[in-house]
Write a protein of this length. Sequence first.
Lengths: 601, 489
Amino acid sequence: MGENNWRLNTQKGLILGYYSIFIGLTYYLTAVYNSNLLLKLDELSIFLSTQLFLIDHLREPAGLLSYLGAFLNQFFYYPRLGSALFILALITVQYVSYKAFKIPPKYYLLSFIPPAALLLLVTQLDYVIYEFIANGFAYSNVIGVLLTCFSLWMFHRIKPQWLKYVFSLLYILVFFPLAGFYALLAALLFIISEIGTFLNNNKKRESLIVLSLLVLTLILVPIWYYQKIFQVSLKGIYTAGLPEFKLSKIEFLYWLPILILTLSFLFFSVRSFFNKTVLKSNSSTYISFTAGLVMLFVVYRFSNKDENFHSELAIDQAIFNNNWPEVLKLERKIKGEPSKFIVLGTRLALQKMHKAGDLMFTRKQGGKKQNSIRELLLWSYAAQPLFYNYGMLSDCYRWSMEDMARYGPKVQYLRYMVKCCILNDELILAEKYNSLLMKTLFHKKWAKEYQKYIDHPERIESNSEFKSNLLLYTFSDGLVTDYGNLDNYILTRLASVSGGDLKLLELSMQSLLLLKDKDRFWPFFFLYLKKHDKIPIHYQEAAIFFSQKNKNIDISKIPLDEGIVKKFYQAHKNIPEHNAQEHFGKLYGDTYWYYLYYGKP
Amino acid sequence: MKQFFYLLISITALVSCTLQTPVDFSLAEGNIEIFPDYTNITVPYNIVPMNFRINEEADNYITKISSTNEEDIIIKGKEVSIPLKRWTKLLRTNKGENLAYDVYVKQHGKWKKYNFNNTIANEPIDEYISYRLIEPSYKLYKKISINQRNLTNFNEDKIYSSPVKWQCVNCHAYQDYNRKGNMHLHLRGNDGGTIITYDGTVEKINLKTEELKKGGAYVSWHPIEKLIAYSMNDIGQSFHTKDNQKVEVQDTHSDLILYDVDKNEIRYIIESKDSLETFPSWAPDGKTLYYVSATLSPELSKAFRKSRDGYKEIKYSIYKMSFNPETKRFGEPEIVFDAAARGKSATFPKISPDGKYLMFTMAEYGNFHIWHKSANLYTINIETNELDSMAIVNSPDVESYHSWSSNGRWFIFSSRRIDGSYTRFYISYFDKNGMAQKPFILPQKYSEFYKQFLKSYNLPEFMVAPVNYSYRDFAIDGSGKRAIFSDGE
């Protein structure tokens, strides 16, 4: 008796302890470590409280999942609230899995495998998030799993055999268009459950007929929907409702959570066939606990911990909020080689803070490759913030539209479109996009703020962000085609500016420095001298260097800093033959000269 | 439960029977603002209910729709959502009559009445239209579909959409308003080709041959013969860095070609180096082919290819060529409308079914008028050569592609007039004297639809019958049967 109590108490303690660890880890991996990812997941989705939005979703296979997913996903707007809700959803998944699969109490912790897989589905995410079409990624699978478990639980409660078949048939017919893969998974679990009945049943013939009919239904119903209702590919019909990862070797790792989830369900289902207890209760508890810990380790191990990815998300948020000091702070924290977007974001922040002339070549340069299963071009995720803040409003609008054409309307695109349309004097169009944001639960507040500028465009001048970007929009119109990398495209466009506001011209000069264009540098430089008293360090460095290359340029009357001139001559004395870059970098890595010799635009 | 249900039905019935217009009201000054604007228009008697929203803020609203015959329709609320059956009955029993709208709004406890009138035309509109739904996009796409819509109700379905094989779909066209189910569709990208349905068969054709590497682009079915005229274009796309006209599409080369469905043969109609021919369009009798053409000097061509310079210098005029259906020979090109001489550029020539009018789109330059704010619709009376600028139809924004109904009394066209970006369809009555009337937007079930819908309506085509093929019929693997080039001898 005493030993039993002790065992029960130990078991309860282990379970409670595991709940605490699971909740703690989930909270850490969502609200703490991935708060910017949660914000981005919200921005790359949308939920509108309109009839049309519902109809649009229900027209797609598994549309109910993404509709409900989108509703819950919007709570990531407040990462802590979103995380709490997500934890609640995962705990519900755990509990209904436990109930639906009738997992014995001694294996209780195994019921944490499905929610852990669903957690990993979110925490493993990388740049692939930018290519999701369906709304509500984080939750649509959670809802799919809940539906599967509830359906199985209901199926188990039906006693007459014929009613089970009718239920299954109706279930697939009704729920397949709404839940796609998860309805099929539930149907597959019905079949497995029936196999169990078949094995323990005397009426084998009847059971076999029912089983065969169920299998046929499972195969034919999706084909019928494929042939008659949904205009998608055959692959698309069977995988509807699943994440939009590619079914390829390269993207296999993305599928790991879904694989674990499905296998765990299959395991739970077939487990009941072998109901005889082989292991001692103690051992089963420890096995169950170990399996639970292994699962948590898998979640942690395969969660995306890429420094650059997380920094980029944070920098993107800071850019959107015009929090330029924060961008610099985030960049300073980076330990490894920064990605191109981080370099560009930092440069943009320096330019916005009017510090680029002194500091742009002092920051870390780099272009570390994405640590991502699916690699994306910079255009896919950096175009909108960069174009917008460089006053290239038509380009920003264009890439918001290109993304919307590919991935559907999302909060991120709509917000940039609203801003661009306001500045481009397309107020009716701005109102169209803004009215959609007004129909969201949380972005309504933002939309209300921007509606003021739509209703009163004269207020644009009082908004410093608008004012600054409008000044950069003073170039004249031209026709362009796509070419090269995003960073090169921006530099070339800025460098090609021949007139406009002084701030735009300074940006243009900085772009010429980055492009190492010594000839076109001079007119901009002399104009800068006329309009400013102080010459930033990098401009002086450029002037000294370029004047050496072009003796026709006289810089003797320019009030250059003697220290910089001296530094230039020192830098070019006694350069070692070997390891010149290392030597030069150590002493002059923060100068424009180093960039000229070793840097890439 | 049952009792409650009956009670609910009784109350609903009572409310709907007793809804009456206010007796005590004042007449409002000015016009009521409704969206969409369905005021003072001529409507076909077989059109779907034209639901709208009253824009004026008030405490209560009642709208009465009435005509000479049949019961009035009275609707309460800001959203005027008209019952389909009663609307259909009202319109069909009042052909040629006035359709009166009384809109009562209650503000500060007092009712005031606005009213406006529409006319119910004697002539029906073709029951179906088909079109492409696509974002007002630049280059990239994911979900594009060719849809068909029944104009007598709100039913809409997809004829074919890109996710079937992840293709771009465009240039849907029909022979003689799809009377016999003869249809055309281009599929681009993965498993690209041209779908042609004829006499119940569906074939996928590869129109690109060794001699005609670009294949067919803009299309026009011969109204009677098994012949399809295409333009063959070398198309370039570029983007404005500032201008709100956003996209510019230019041809650097284009000719006209003819595809013989029976023989699977393709040949030149016009092959030229110094001019750009495009947008072929058969006259309803099939004895004339209309098209537009622009002069392209070698210098301009060079500048154009290099830096897109000079795109505003390209001006298209309207031409025609006679065609002998027996010999399948074309006559010499004749100019029909010299838009270039006026410093303008004309596209999409379309002859009315009675052969009396030529409708076209004209803007300042180029041929991609869907992005040109100056693009407007015009008609020319073929007999008198009189040009009509159709002021009542056009707007300050884009008016572009247009299509005549089979009886010639209606035309549908695309316009960006609502917001400058999303093209919507407008339908206008065209009377026997060649006068167009105020257009109205294609009705939708929800009045807010156009404000929320984020796709453009593209290339409207009237049809007298729906496309009855399944999208699976069009999902043919491979690039299709290769057309054979003929030198025309």
